[in-house]
Ligand binder design. Structure first.
Ligand code: ACO
Length: 412
């Protein structure tokens, strides 16, 4: 048996690749990243151009369907997404069943799975068939409906997770506002009467949504695809992605940056913090990336957006500490030699804070737009040539060889 275990590679080359540093699991046409040059493109379009000229919902169409929409295509897509915003009345009870201090990400992760229970048409196990076939109009229409629903309801669920914590009533998505404006309206996170979203802040949040919409096979997107490869419904797959995103090494980093800046306190404490990072006692959250070995191109867009937001909200008091930390790290040999530079999360939390969102809500502000990228990859995988192959990696077994069972009384 031992010999066979050692020779298991006879069925092909098996590579041990911890953390998938060098493993490609899919051919994708969605997002291109050049980590050395700091380039990010959605479907060929540079992220800088999209951030300047497009909006989150138009970019969502681009990511999912491959091309920028015509006026008519966009109007249809927008109205379908917005029409699917409201959730079933029973979902209110679901949110009310959480304890008063539940973390919004715990609520949101569960809420996506809960949502799936309403849509049997999206569940291949219940339908007893492979649901999605290229060229089959009916099955593509089922797929489109799940896409509209998940994008439309992502903002509603997020706003519900916010409001339930405050003991406030839920607000149905209003008519006539943009996707991002509608989200802000449903949140009314500052509790203003007759709240109207500030156009500068609405635009800023929309740009942040757009640049967070996809980033190829990051941990959460991979989780979505891994889960969906068993042909489970997309709601369950997105719940899985949401759970993965929440870790502090991924989407939880924007919350971790603010906690880190508060703990540093002021610029005088930056050198001591940097030394603690170098002794590996601390992590510099918001720095480093698996793919970018130079500044994350999104971080420049975030900084520009921050300038606009701060003109409305005033500067965040943590900004000076953040800048001192940034400058110290960029000059330090530890960070230079490891090619560690700011990622998108280094400044995004500062904007969210200035806009008045609570810290534990920041990862939710990452999930809402990332639902788009997850869906783009899910659709691509479901419709790929040759159908879906279940993702079932192999391991390199390093445990004991065969052993014989010893009854409990004879064990020493
Ligand atoms: N602070 C201190 N040291 C770091 C950091 C950091 N933020 N990031 C990487 N390093 C060090 C590692 O300790 C390692 O050093 P070593 O070679 O001496 O052992 C070296 O740099 C290489 O780093 P790895 O951890 O191997 O890089 P990996 O690609 O596995 O990890 C990650 C990438 C998880 C993003 C990492 O840089 C990190 O933990 N950053 C902080 C968390 C963060 O900001 N995450 C957000 C990522 S962007 C996003 O999800 C939107």
């Amino acid at each position: 048996a031992n010999e066979r275990e050692e020779n298991e590679t006879e069925r092909g080359l098996r590579i041990e690749d911890k953390g998938f540093l060098n493993t490609a699991v899919i051919r994708s046409q969605i997002t291109y990243i050049d980590g050395e040059a700091g380039v990010l493109r959605y479907r060929g379009y540079p992220i800088e151009q999209l951030a300047l000229h497009s909006n989150h919902l138009e970019t969502a169409y681009l990511l999912i369907y491959g091309n920028l929409p015509t006026k008519e295509q966009f109007a249809f897509f927008q109205s379908e997404v917005m029409r699917h915003g409201p959730t079933h009345a029973d979902s209110e009870q679901f949110f009310r069943s959480f304890r008063y201090d539940a973390h919004p990400m715990s609520m949101l992760t569960s809420a996506f799975a809960m949502l799936g229970s309403f849509y049997a048409e999206a569940n291949p196990s219940l339908q007893g068939q492979r649901l999605y076939t290229r060229g089959d109009k009916e099955s593509l229409a089922v797929m489109d409906r799940q896409i509209y629903r998940l994008i439309g309801k992502a903002t509603t669920l997020a706003a519900m997770a916010y409001r339930v914590r405050q003991g406030r009533d839920f607000v149905s998505p209003p008519a006539g506002l943009s996707y991002t404006g509608s989200f802000l309206y449903q949140m009314d996170h500052l509790g203003e009467e007759n709240y109207v979203p500030n156009p500068v802040l609405e635009k800023a949040l929309d740009v942040l949504f757009l640049i967070h919409a996809d980033h190829e096979l990051n941990a959460s997107c991979t989780t979505v695809l891994q889960t969906a490869s068993s042909l489970v419904d997309p709601y369950s797959a997105i719940a899985a992605g949401c759970a993965s995103l929440y870790g502090p090494l991924h989407g939880g980093a924007n919350e971790a940056v603010i906690r880190m800046l508060i703990s540093i306190g002021s610029p005088e404490n930056v050198p001591a913090f940097i030394e603690a990072v170098k002794r590996r006692e601390k992590t510099l959250s918001g720095f480093g990336h698996r793919v970018y070995k130079t500044s994350d191109p999104r971080s420049f867009i975030v900084r520009k957006t921050a300038d606009e937001v701060f003109k409305v909200t005033g500067k965040d008091e943590l900004l000076v500490t953040a800048m001192a930390l940034h400058d110290a790290a960029m000059k330090d040999e530890y960070f230079i030699s490891r090619k560690l530079a700011p990622n998108v999360d280094f400044c995004s939390g500062l904007i969210y804070r200035a806009m008045g969102f609570p810290m534990d809500f920041f990862p939710v502000l990452f999930v809402v737009p990332r639902v788009v990228g997850w869906l783009a990859h899910w659709r691509q995988m479901m419709l790929q040539d040759g159908g879906v192959k279940i993702w079932r990696p192999r391991q390199v077994y390093a445990g004991p060889g065969q052993r014989d069972f010893v009854p409990v009384d004879e064990r020493v």
